[in-house]
Design a protein. Structure first.
Length: 118
């Protein structure tokens, strides 16, 4: 009887899915390492986009149906900051869970997921 109970518990534990990890706030060094030379894709509000980040601080934001926008990016403390001609500078906290990068607007707490691409 004990063996059957032990076997049932062991089988249930093996079948259980691992718990999902919580996203972790990224440091400035982690932001720089993750984004430099890479791109992300995601949805901001209702707009699907792709952004790329070069090692010299250039970024290109391409949203569906729009011409690409060119800007500058940098790490400031533990935040990602970008400067765009039409909107000035904006800074965000970033969290990471595997290849998912969450962009967090500090003023509102709004969270926008994206996928990191090599």
């Amino acid at each position: 009887m004990r063996a059957a109970l032990f076997f049932s518990i062991a089988l249930a534990l093996l079948a259980a899915e691992p718990a999902a990890a919580d996203p972790v706030k990224m440091t400035g060094a982690e932001i720089e390492a993750a984004l430099t030379g890479h791109s992300i894709e995601g949805v901001w509000g209702s707009t699907r986009y792709v952004s790329s980040f070069d090692a010299h601080g250039g970024t290109i934001y391409t949203a569906n149906g729009r011409a690409p926008a060119h800007g500058r990016w940098r790490v400031k403390g533990d935040q990602y900051c970008s400067v765009w001609e039409q909107s000035g500078e904006a800074c965000y906290d970033l969290e990471r869970d595997g290849d998912t990068i969450l962009w967090i607007v500090p003023e509102t707490g709004a969270r926008y997921p994206s996928t990191l691409r090599p």
